[in-house]
Ligand binder design. Structure first.
Ligand code: TXA
Ligand code: MG
Length: 330
């Protein structure tokens, strides 16, 4: 087992920085999900992330930076849109895809000419990034490359325990910062091709972005870079997951029996048998916060099938619906 350390004390962050500097891997909390971090300037360390996750090498990783002021080290010709979004939403759950600066290696970008960048707001992540960047000479590319700390294609971790269950001692150190507040991955906006394009919905909604930029992001098309979070199947439990429309719940889900586990907006009817029943929050942010923990619990409940009631079609549920659609069995 890797060392799991309660990162709300300050000493272990120094330890985590030392692990990163010698090319090791540190799982750390962010406000969205836990990341599996490596020194972004160390190709061998980043290659180990890909190995451990079982992630195809063509899929780029996000580089986490401690300060929006470091943007121009990583990206060239930063558009006004990027400056506005960074000023408004960083630190926070938004990733910007920009044209990469000279010297940013293919091993981070999956061979793309772009780089994904984010300043997270979780205090442990920020402190890790700031201490990691200590002794900065003002020119070097300093950052922590970190995808979500799960096996490729599976459910992202929102607690240190999830990371430990998924990756065990393949990680050198796990910083425990408690459960993640947002619970689903960051919104990704591609600004590398002029007009803003939404690559992945998240807590920062398209309405917030439109209000900041005066332009609504387009949805992605087929010329967008390959991205694992945008593959059709992702964030998937092991058991088959079926989405059921609310108005069909009665006929499709009632009496499903002991082999079913349920996530829905209603209370469990008296006498209804099932492997597990979770009544979800009707608030989209709380629903998102608990989503991956809930899916993990349902997956481990001994059921043969997971039934999830479809959330409303409104914009505030877009990110949750995106994850559920990718998690369902095809
Ligand atoms: O909330 C998050 O973003 C979390 C935490 C740890 O920061 N990270 C995360 O990383 O979700 P990951 O690797 O699981 O997903 C990153 C997404 C992928 O879909 C990846 O393809 C996309 O970001 N991405 C990264 N760099 C990109 C680039 N240059 N062009 C297009 N997509 C990129
Ligand atoms: Mg991921």
């Amino acid at each position: 087992m890797p060392a799991t350390i309660d990162a709300r004390r300050s000493v272990p962050i120094r330890e985590a920085v030392a692990v990163l500097k010698r090319g090791g891997l540190v799982a750390f909390p962010t406000e969205t999900v836990y990341g599996l971090g490596a020194d972004a300037s160390n190709p061998a360390a980043v290659a180990r992330i890909y190995r451990i996750k079982g992630r195809p090498t063509g899929h780029p990783v996000i580089v986490h930076i401690g300060d929006a002021g470091h943007l121009q080290r990583w990206a060239r010709d930063i558009p006004e849109h990027a400056r506005k979004l960074a000023a408004r939403f960083w630190p926070g759950p938004l990733t910007l895809v920009l044209r990469r600066a000279l010297g940013v290696g293919d091993y981070l970008t999956g061979g793309e000419d772009t780089i994904g960048l984010r300043v997270p707001s979780h205090p442990v992540a920020l402190e890790l990034l700031r201490q990691f960047g200590g002794g900065d000479d003002g020119r070097r590319l300093i950052g922590v490359a970190a995808p979500s700390a799960n096996k490729f294609g599976r459910i992202s971790p929102t607690t240190a325990e999830h990371v430990c269950n998924d990756l065990g001692d393949e990680v050198d150190l796990i910083l425990d910062g408690g459960p993640c507040e947002i619970g689903i991955e960051s919104t990704i906006i591609d600004l590398s091709r002029g007009r803003p394009v939404l690559l992945r919905p998240g807590r920062v909604g398209t309405g917030d972005i439109a209000a900041t930029l005066g332009a609504t992001p387009e949805s992605r098309d087929r010329s967008a870079p390959r991205a694992p979070g945008t593959l059709e199947s992702h964030y998937a439990p092991r058991k088959p997951l079926r989405l059921v429309a609310g108005n069909q719940w009665g006929e499709r889900a009632r009496g499903a029996g002991q082999n079913c586990a349920v996530l829905c907006f209603r209370a469990r009817p008296v006498g209804e048998e099932c492997a597990m029943w979770i009544s979800a929050s009707a608030d989209p942010q709380r629903y998102a916060r608990d989503l991956y923990s809930n899916l993990r619990a349902l997956d481990a409940s001994g059921c043969d099938e997971i039934l999830v009631e479809e959330p409303p079609a409104s914009a505030e549920w877009a990110a949750v619906r995106d994850r559920l659609v990718r998690a369902r069995s095809k």
